[in-house]
Design a protein around this ligand. Structure first.
Ligand code: 5AD
Ligand code: SF4
Length: 454
């Protein structure tokens, strides 16, 4: 390992093409990677053909994300041979954490692999890859007692992610995350408050998402809590909106529910993964709560903030899920009426408990159940979103695109819905503006609005 990094001016300018798979945590890690690489004279490029360095930030949560990455990596073999100039290829993230050495052995064109806990050492790793002929994999865990980082931002946008906790100790029986991200470790509350203050005051950030695999466990080792952290951030002048993700229902505290009622800045949205509507499946998943407990949380959250929209994750076809158990999930959709869901077919992950179960379900049944869940949810969304028509929302404009031949802007409400709208006049630039819109049309999947206040 290099002890000291050379000054960026002594290094040639180079380009990096970075491809990210997976969750918000991975996208945020990618921001960190790019920000570090700037220090050794790399700029990011959208074109793989221009790159001197290709990096993948990988995800192993389900088989689909896994195989997408492998086909990208396989494709690069011929690309690198044909290129006729130096190209370094590195693989990081969750797959590299558990399969780094194997990747290096199997893919001759891969130069290095790095795990999830060495993101902040990327510059040393890249320089080592350039200097040495030897391929390597580094996937060691950070065993330090404290988890201290500074949020890296390269994009200059008003939305920022801030890591507050890493890892997960839950060991849900289907989930690979505790193996790819390690044990839970929280940052100190004071450090996070300082970090957020800097983002808001120095960098013009107005919307912050507090990030972690299980944010409700934040601060356990230091007797600090997520509720306290949100209360400390609330008075920050310039900060308009806060979100946090991902939550585990078991650890969602009464204090946090109360804050959903009180806070002026906490978004009117909560992602609260339930996974299944059946107590027996939840128990086999080792989720630590029952549906009664979950429904009680929903009721109390909605009592605290009636405008709160809820989203969730659903896994269908957990090993040997019976028809009755599956129908309990449909029943749960009917009872809670989530604003949106992310639904997945169970995907066995090597090394997890659920992957060892002798499973009698077929892929066909899993596929049918997934369709059934998605169909029912779309019906619910189509009905509930009608209620948005005529309502006014403050949105942060995130981008624009041509839809059915019309140029439209789009922004996100506090309840996390995207609203598309036509510009008041041609040529107005709404990017990253906070504006008010009225919804004029709503379907299950999209909302159209008009500007009422800029
Ligand atoms: N199979 C299917 N879905 C999974 N998830 C996690 N592990 C698996 C798996 N093995 C889903 C869960 C989780 C989301 C991020 O991914 O619903 O909440
Ligand atoms: Fe995976 Fe979430 Fe369960 Fe942790 S709490 S093991 S990240 S599903």
């Amino acid at each position: 390992m290099l002890d000291h990094l050379p000054s960026p001016h002594s290094l040639p300018p180079r380009k990096v093409w970075l491809k990210t798979f997976g969750c918000q945590m991975n996208y945020h890690d990618s921001e960190r990677l790019l920000s570090h690489l700037e220090e050794i004279n790399f700029t990011s490029t959208d074109s793989r053909d221009d790159a001197d360095l290709i990096l993948f930030n990988t995800c192993s949560i389900r088989d689909l994300a896994n195989s997408k990455f492998y086909s990208h990596l396989g494709e690069l073999k011929k690309f690198k041979q044909r290129l006729g100039r130096e190209l370094v290829i590195g693989v990081g993230g969750c797959i590299a954490q558990i399969e780094g050495e194997e990747l290096i052995r199997r893919f001759a064109h891969l130069d290095f692999a790095f795990g999830t806990d060495v993101i902040d050492q990327i510059n040393q790793l890249v320089l080592r890859a350039y200097l040495s002929e030897e391929k390597f994999s580094l996937n060691k865990w950070d065993r330090g007692r404290d988890y201290s980082i500074e949020t890296k931002i390269v994009h200059g946008e008003p939305q920022a992610f801030v890591n507050i906790i890493k890892g997960c100790d839950k060991f849900c029986t289907y989930c690979i995350v505790p193996y790819t991200r390690g044990r839970e470790k929280s940052r100190r509350l004071a450090e996070i408050v300082g970090d957020c203050t800097n983002l808001v005051k120095e960098q013009g950030v107005s919307e912050i998402t507090l990030l972690g695999q299980n944010v409700n466990s934040f601060g356990k080792e230091h007797s600090e809590t997520l509720a306290e952290l949100i209360e400390r951030l609330e008075p920050l002048v310039g900060l308009k909106r806060m979100r946090y993700t991902t939550s585990h229902p078991y650890d969602l505290s009464d204090a946090l529910i109360a804050i959903h009622g009180r806070s002026k800045k906490l978004a009117n949205n909560l992602h609260l993964p339930v996974q299944s509507g059946s107590d027996s499946v939840l128990s086999r998943m080792r989720r630590e709560y029952t549906i009664e407990h979950y429904l009680d949380l929903v009721e109390r959250l909605r009592a605290a903030n009636p405008a709160l929209s809820l989203s969730t994750d659903i896994i269908v076809g957990f090993p040997n899920e019976s028809e009755e158990e599956f129908l309990a999930t449909i029943e749960l959709l009917n009872r809670v009426r989530f604003d949106s869901i992310y639904s997945f077919k169970f995907s066995p992950r090597k090394g997890t408990k659920a992957a060892k179960i002798d499973d009698l379900l077929t892929e066909e049944v899993r596929g049918q159940r997934l369709q059934q869940v998605q169909k029912r949810q779309l019906e619910i969304q189509a009905e509930d979103r009608q209620k948005m028509v005529g309502q006014r929302y403050e949105i942060l404009v995130e981008g624009s695109k041509v839809m059915k031949g019309q140029f439209k802007w789009s922004g996100r409400t506090s309840c996390n819905r995207i609203i598309h709208f036509l510009p008041e006049q041609e040529g107005v630039d709404y990017q990253w503006q906070w504006i008010e819109v009225e919804v004029i049309e709503a379907t299950a999947l999209s909302c159209q609005g008009r500007v009422v206040r800029e």
